[in-house]
Design a protein around this ligand. Structure first.
Ligand code: ZN
Ligand code: ZN
Length: 371
């Protein structure tokens, strides 16, 4: 089911990762199954208790350590075409010793940020003279700027989740529970081209005031605002994430008033995106509009998060992040206003920083949809 970039692109990524490893004065990258492994090799391996570990030394050829029974799967992945040496271990062998034998006995190894703690600690035991650090420090400079092909993948993911939002009106109506609506949405996320459903938030009425509410057995009532925040993963590994807020019948007047403020805030932040502006200034662009209208205390989270092979990755669009935007950075812009006990609203698009402005990959109308 999974697809991968051309082999030459993967080979380039491995070469750039190796160059970054040297630049960071690290002796080797150690990468277990997860987004970094997929980014570097196209191998969409399932994380298991048995150790699979890509070893990218600062000098010399990369190799991958895999359980013997996973060798066919590894070689069927781009690992085979990349020509990486595949080192297997049997059920009674010590894979940690095998990894250690590929590294100098003293130095620094960068471990992928999502490696399981039990593997981190066993690698530490196998290499007592090697200092461990996070590979995210080395790989972020590669992953944070999307290539044109990656931007295209995000556009495809954006279009797929747009098609789901276009159908929400079929399922959202009074008398149904959030869970029932959520089930229909989850089915549609798969039907529209994703391979996994990553999250489905259907937050009706007072539940809309909780940004990470998922679904419940609450029955949707006439006049309820409903926050629908949904996303999945496409066959190539890239993620979608889009929020629209609906109203089932005419909403309360108070809600309509702050929804207009939210719409203006989301627009202001999207228009602020260009190379050279800071991540925190994008957050401020949204927050200022909401604060000026008197709702500042009800916008209780950061404005956004990076997205790519993970739904949440760098860069984070948050106060305090002074990092400057560069072409290719992709992230959500998702301000919200949440009135505890009453209702809430959020509008979210994925935006890619281009050469002179931002490009939204989600194109569904953002005005309040009254069903
Ligand atoms: Zn979302
Ligand atoms: Zn999001």
């Amino acid at each position: 089911m999974s697809s991968h970039p051309p082999i030459q692109d993967l080979a380039d990524r491995l070469a750039r990762a190796q160059a970054a490893t040297r630049a960071h004065e690290v002796d080797a990258l150690l990468v277990s199954p997860g987004p970094d492994l997929r980014y570097l090799t196209g191998y969409d391996a399932i994380p298991l208790e048995r150790l699979t570990c890509l070893v990218v030394p600062a000098e010399g050829e990369p190799s991958i350590v895999v359980p013997f029974l996973e060798k066919p799967a590894a070689q069927a992945s781009p690992i085979g075409d990349l020509g990486l040496e595949v080192l297997t271990w049997g059920e009674t062998d010590d894979p940690y010793g095998l990894v250690a034998s590929l590294l100098p006995s003293r130095g620094r190894a960068a471990l992928d940020n999502h490696m399981w703690a039990e593997k981190v600690l066993r690698l530490r035991d196998a290499m007592p003279g090697v200092d461990q650090l996070l590979a995210g420090q080395v790989l972020r400079e590669l992953r944070v700027r999307k290539t044109p092909d990656e931007v295209e993948a995000l556009r495809r993911a954006g279009a797929a989740i747009d098609r789901v939002h276009a159908r929400v009106h079929e399922w959202l109506r009074p008398g149904r529970t959030e869970a029932e609506v959520g089930k229909d949405i989850a089915d549609a996320i798969l039907a529209e081209g994703h391979v996994t459903v990553d999250f489905v938030i259907v937050a009706s009425g007072p539940n809309g005031a909780s940004p990470h509410h998922e679904v419940s057995d609450r029955v949707i009532e006439a006049g309820d605002p409903v926050v629908v925040d949904i996303g999945g993963t496409m066959p190539d590994g890239y993620c979608s994430d889009e929020t629209r807020t609906y109203s089932v019948g005419e909403p309360p007047a108070e809600f309509a008033e702050y929804y207009a403020v939210l719409l203006a805030a989301q627009q202001a932040a999207c228009e602020h995106v260009r190379p050279g502006v800071s991540c925190e200034s994008v957050d401020a662009a949204a927050r200022q509009v909401i604060a000026d209208a008197g709702y500042g205390e009800y916008f209780i989270h950061r404005t956004g998060h990076g997205i790519g092979l993970e739904t949440h990755e760098e860069p984070y669009i948050v106060s305090g992040n002074t990092e400057l935007l560069e072409p290719g950075m992709a992230f959500s812009i998702e301000p919200g206003i949440y009135l505890p006990g009453k209702h809430g609203a959020r509008i979210e698009d994925i935006v890619v920083c281009g050469e002179s402005s931002g490009e939204r990959v989600n194109l569904r109308p953002r005005e309040l949809v009254v069903l």
